[in-house]
Design a protein around this ligand. Structure first.
Ligand code: NAD
Length: 491
């Protein structure tokens, strides 16, 4: 399949407004998750390339910071219009790189555009706070100042949304940025760079570097010229980043993994609960930080819920088209990790009631396809209950009552999202108050947040920061207190 109309076979970096290969001239292979074939090659960047990108960002920063926020918003609005104009091409790239359906990729691109619009509008606000003072003849206020150069590192699961989540808030605040693209979705980041360039984003304001995490991501985190780091990815890598950045006291935002609980009470509308459970566990092949991977069901409705869930799960279609429910996982390593985890769960006595294997045969041959997988009879202490697999795998658990459900939901090192299905306002309210997560949903699925809302987790799901919403502005800008004093003698 030719992809030349969408992106070059060798995907370069964008540094200082120009496309360039990595200094070493090396390229890394990106495979098509649907077929396993090589789809493209991306620049294999290392420290030297990161130095060049940070240098370009540093050089461009004073002028960008000196541009009024309203004007920055206008320029970012042009980027959004550029995305809108080539929405289909962007979605095609997303679909090719991830294996998700064109319809889903288009929906994701629409989400990225909405987010861009939200932040372009922020250029007209960027509010600080004006307040009273304890002293006579004094006024107190805060103003927002850019942090400087932002280092942005993202995961591949929703690639264009992930780019937008970081780039728009970073730039509207007056920072310039170096984005380390996810190695599994290099062309999505590249095409965003092209759209931004064509829309008139000044050279050096956004630099995009391709490469592996250890080779290109780590030097970006360690670079003394990077003032704020925002990372979306695994908890394991988030910890490493926090350590490295912590040594030089750099500001860090970490949006990490989840092991999200989906609670079904005995008074739930079971049809609705099953509908949302299937979407929450399997959409985007379970590659969502917000995916429901622990389905916690009251004993009284367990058999009924399980029967309906199995029926729906077995009817799911897996493949890359709009007629499929979800696609492949992003790479073979991810697939093999999940298969091994299912085997270990079986050794610990768990029962696989759906899936548990790689899909093969004509439609899935050589693709990274995992059958939708449901497992029961798992101890809450087992790896299967505690670790994130980031794929179409969920465990089923039975509980006697609300207290047990809540306690099991909270028995996790993660705390990103959770949901509860109940008709009782009392159960719903108590759950929203007591569940240890950053997002909680009543009577729907476990999902991420809308562009104007703050998303993020507690415990091992993050470090307490929130993106997007206006809360992301606190990551990408520093507040400065300003005190204005009146001299009464001079009146
Ligand atoms: P990952 O942590 O392996 O990689 C994420 C990014 O970090 C990639 O760009 C990678 O190249 C880079 N990286 C890897 N090692 C690095 C290092 N040593 N230094 C700097 N950068 C490094 O994660 P993944 O498997 O690609 O993505 C899945 C994870 O992302 C899951 O845990 C998922 O829950 C999480 N995620 C979280 C959110 C959120 O908003 N909380 C959203 C999407 C995904």
């Amino acid at each position: 399949m030719s992809t030349e109309h969408l992106f070059p076979e060798k995907i370069p970096n964008w540094i200082g407004g120009k496309q360039c290969a990595a200094e070493s001239g090396e390229w890394l292979e990106k495979r098509n998750p649907h077929s396993g074939a090589v789809l493209s090659r991306a620049a294999r960047s290392r420290s030297v390339d990161i130095n060049a990108a940070v240098g370009a960002a540093k050089e461009a920063q004073p002028e960008w910071a000196g541009t009024t926020p309203v004007r920055r918003g206008e320029i970012l609005h042009q980027v959004v219009l550029g995305m809108q104009a080539c929405k289909r091409e962007i979605a095609e790239v997303v679909a090719l790189e991830t294996g998700k359906s064109p319809k889903e990729a288009l929906g994701e691109t629409g989400g990225a555009i909405s987010l861009g619009l939200f932040y372009a509008g922020e250029g007209q606000r960027l509010y600080g706070r004006t307040t009273t003072s304890g002293m006579a003849n004094r006024q107190a206020m805060t103003i927002r100042q850019p942090a400087g150069v932002a280092g942005l590192i993202i995961a591949a699961n929703t690639p264009i949304a992930n780019v937008a989540w970081k780039v728009f808030p970073a730039l509207i605040c007056g920072n310039t940025a170096v984005l380390k693209a996810a190695e599994d979705t290099p062309a999505t980041a590249w095409i965003f760079g092209e759209v931004a360039h064509k829309a008139g984003l000044p050279a050096g304001v956004l630099n995009i570097v391709q490469g592996w995490g250890e080779e290109a991501g780590a030097p970006l985190v360690a670079h003394p010229g990077v003032d704020v780091i925002s990372f979306t990815g695994s908890t394991e890598v988030g910890r490493l980043i926090a350590e490295i950045a912590g040594k030089r006291l750099a500001k860090v935002s970490l949006e990490l993994g989840g092991k999200n609980a989906f609670v079904v009470c005995d008074d739930a509308d079971l049809e609705q609960a099953v509908h949302w459970a299937v979407l929450s566990a399997f959409s985007n092949a379970g590659q969502r930080c917000a995916a429901a991977s622990r389905l916690i069901v009251f004993d009284a409705v367990y058999e009924d819920f399980r029967r309906r869930l199995l029926e729906r799960t077995k009817a799911l279609k897996v493949g890359p088209t709009d007629n499929d429910d979800f696609g492949p996982v992003i790479n073979v390593r991810q697939l093999e990790n999940m298969l091994a985890a299912v085997e270990r769960a079986k050794e610990h006595g768990a029962r696989v009631i759906a899936g548990g294997y790689r899909l093969t045969g004509e439609a899935h041959r050589d693709g990274f396809y995992m059958a939708p997988t449901l497992v029961e009879e798992i101890s809450p202490a087992d790896e299967f209950s505690q670790a994130e697999f980031f794929g179409p795998i969920a465990g089923l658990y039975t509980v006697d009552n609300f207290d047990e459900a809540l306690s099991l939901a909270n028995d996790s090192p993660y705390g990103l999202t959770a949901c509860i299905h109940t008709q009782s306002v009392h159960r719903a309210l108590a759950f929203t108050q007591k569940v240890q997560t950053g997002v909680v949903i009543v009577n729907a699925g476990t999902y991420g947040s809308e562009p104007h809302m703050p998303f993020g987790g507690v415990k091992n799901s993050g470090n307490g920061t929130r993106e997007p919403g206006t809360e992301a502005l606190d990551i990408y800008s520093n507040l400065k207190d300003v005190y204005l004093n009146i001299n009464p003698q001079k009146l």
